[in-house]
Design a protein around this ligand. Structure first.
Ligand code: HAM
Length: 419
């Protein structure tokens, strides 16, 4: 170990765990592209006000968890605590919403929140994020939920639980909020929670402390206060999910930690992950565009936590589908043979055969150890005597069976197996 360690609470991936991370990320890229979502590459820092206004001044994320600093030009900058606000900012800035609607986009990358680190909760973590802008159709809500569901299933996760709720809209939520506040004001709560009742009463429903939970039994539920349009929207989303045989639980107390949500709200949980079981979540945010100074533009999206997805894959013992791992490993004895192996390994790669080799002019034994460690299926062994005869030894590592082939045939033979 050097003098340095990674900063507290960051997640990072080194082999062999990095293979699962990459598999999870790449599978999402394929799923998003396969459903017509285009890629966004976004900055990891933005104007602080974008998040203050977009995510919401009353959220923990904004009040307690942002990495905010002044840059050398005295601008207040914040490392993104989520991707949605920046994605919408980019869509509006580049006028994508003036083209065909909905605008369907996705992004991936690091996200920063100053939280108390624990297993599955980090200060730098990774999200894949999917957003659709400009459509109020409940079918887009269902498409998105189905895409996430099928993505988890495709990774091999079998224990994912989907929870659904709706938060109503500008028409029905104010009356519900007032009814909830009236109920909460009658409870025995500490000062901080009482303050929350006045600013963001829905968050109190989400309080996990037993002494608070015990008092919430009779709380009014949003689902009993929906206006006709919101009820119809929610019913349609559930009807479409049922058509796709996607199982869910209605959770009328589901509230998420960001202020921008309206109507459909959903969360994916993994029961084997303990306290940090949320492996993804999202919802509609029909007013967010206006909140950040844009035109009226309905939207819906989700963010999935890649770190927790990797933990879930490990908990369910899902093998990470390895990408293009090495198939052939070159071992040379002597300088001239090393030069030829070096040329051959590159030629194999150019022919589409994943290949690697030993470095450092080591012994035969060290070279074969390297071949075993590489996970390759074949060792290509070249000594001075082979070289003189214009041949090379091809050894199948699983069985130990070795055949001699002409040097001039090597590429064709291996290409036939892999390329
Ligand atoms: P979020 O629920 O705050 O939503 O985060 C989404 C996911 O990121 C969570 O379900 C979890 O898997 C992961 N996550 C959150 N915090 C941490 C952490 N400290 N360490 C590790 N993983 C974490 C959003 O961020 C919204 N922007 C989602 C969205 C997109 N809504 C609409 N569009």
């Amino acid at each position: 170990m050097s003098t340095f360690q990674a900063p507290k609470g960051v997640s990072e991936y080194v082999p062999p765990r990095s293979a699962a991370f990459l598999a999870a990320r790449d599978a999402f890229a394929a799923a998003a592209a396969g459903a017509g979502y285009s890629y966004l590459e976004l900055p990891v820092f933005e104007d602080t006000q974008l998040f203050a206004r977009g995510v919401g001044e009353s959220t923990d994320v904004v009040t307690k968890e942002m990495y905010t600093f002044l840059d050398k030009g005295d601008r207040s900058i914040t490392l993104r605590p989520e991707i949605t606000a920046g994605a919408l900012r980019a869509v509006l800035e580049h006028n994508l919403h003036r083209g065909a609607l909905p605008v369907k986009v996705w992004a991936v990358g690091p996200v920063f929140r100053y939280e108390q680190p624990q297993s599955g909760r980090y200060r730098q973590f990774y999200q894949v994020d999917l957003e659709a802008l400009g459509a109020e159709d409940p079918a887009i809500d269902a498409e998105m939920i189905a895409l996430a569901w099928d993505y988890y299933q495709g990774l091999g996760l079998r224990q994912v639980v989907l929870k659904l709720n709706t938060l109503g809209d500008a028409e029905c939520r104010p009356a519900y909020r007032a009814a909830l506040q009236a109920f909460l004001r009658g409870l025995d709560l500490d000062a901080e929670t009482r303050a929350r009742v006045e600013i963001n009463p829905l968050r109190v429903l989400d309080d996990k402390r037993p002494e608070v939970k015990a008092q919430l039994g009779g709380a009014p539920l949003i689902t009993d206060h929906l206006c006709a349009a919101c009820k119809a929207h929610y019913d349609k989303v559930r009807e479409l999910l049922a058509d796709l045989s996607i199982p869910w639980t209605d959770d009328p107390r589901l509230v998420r930690g960001l202020d921008y949500y309206t109507r459909t709200l959903f969360e994916f949980d993994h029961p084997l992950l303990g306290a940090q079981s949320g492996i993804g979540g999202g919802g509609r945010y029909d007013g967010l565009s206006e909140t950040i100074g844009g035109p009226a533009l309905p939207g819906i999206g989700f963010g999935l936590g890649l770190d927790r997805i990797v933990l879930a894959m490990e908990a369910e013992h899902v093998p990470a589908v390895a990408g293009a791992s090495v198939k052939v490993y070159g071992v040379a004895l002597g300088d001239t043979a090393a030069r030829e192996i070096f040329r051959l390994v590159t030629a194999l790669r150019r022919a589409g055969v994943p290949a690697d080799q030993g470095f450092g002019g080591r012994s035969m034994k060290a070279g074969m150890k390297g071949a075993d460690r590489s996970g390759a299926e074949w060792a290509l062994i070249l000594g001075e005597r082979d070289l003189a005869a214009g041949t090379v030894q091809l050894k199948e590592l699983a069985t130990g069976a070795q055949t001699e082939i002409q040097l001039s045939d090597v590429i064709e033979v291996l290409k036939g197996k892999y390329a």
